[in-house]
Write a protein that binds this ligand. Sequence first.
Ligand SMILES: [Fe+2]
Length: 224
Amino acid sequence: MLSIARSTLRPAFARRSLAGAARLASLHTVPDLPYAYNALEPFISEEIMKLHHQKHHQAYVNGLNAAEEAYAKSVSTKDHIALQSALKFNGGGHINHSLFWKNLAPAGEEGGTLESGPLKTLIERDFGSVEAFKKEFNTKTAAIQGSGWGWLGYDPKSGKLDVVTTANQDPLITHTPLIGVDIWEHAFYLQYKNVKPDYLNAIWNVINFKEAEQRLNRSYLYMY
Ligand SMILES: [Fe+2]
């Protein structure tokens, strides 16, 4: 009798274990930074990088995991709809920041240097010059009302580069994002206070153009 009970319980236990393992496996996590917290100084301080990566990004990841778990448990369409806002905000926050960390690199290493290649060629074609591109990016991005992101994106329909902004944590979905810059105050206020243009001028020293060019090259691959 006992052996029968055991054999009937085992499959249910195994199913629960598998379901639990699958849930754990699907949890989002904050990726490690590809450089030290102080590696972007003096342009972005260690204090900002630690808070931004360890606290702010972690909060989006926690929110996304909670929203996805709630979505999986919900059975009604109404409940699913009610979770859309949390999924968009926290999901956008997670993927935007994951891209942002890779968009940056220490000055003098990968950061700040745009060498000759496909990205520089397209920037010069679509904006006139690298300096004109940076000026347009900074002007449009500084004009964001409230919190948001500034982007250099590749439009696969027109084949051109554009400077685009998105509000809140909305990800860039109309273009392939090549460079994304966080314009939330938590990204600069501790160092630059309310002077957003100073942050925008400084960040070009630590933009990883090589990563942006790799993203551009991958977007070509997806087209053909
Ligand atoms: Fe941020």
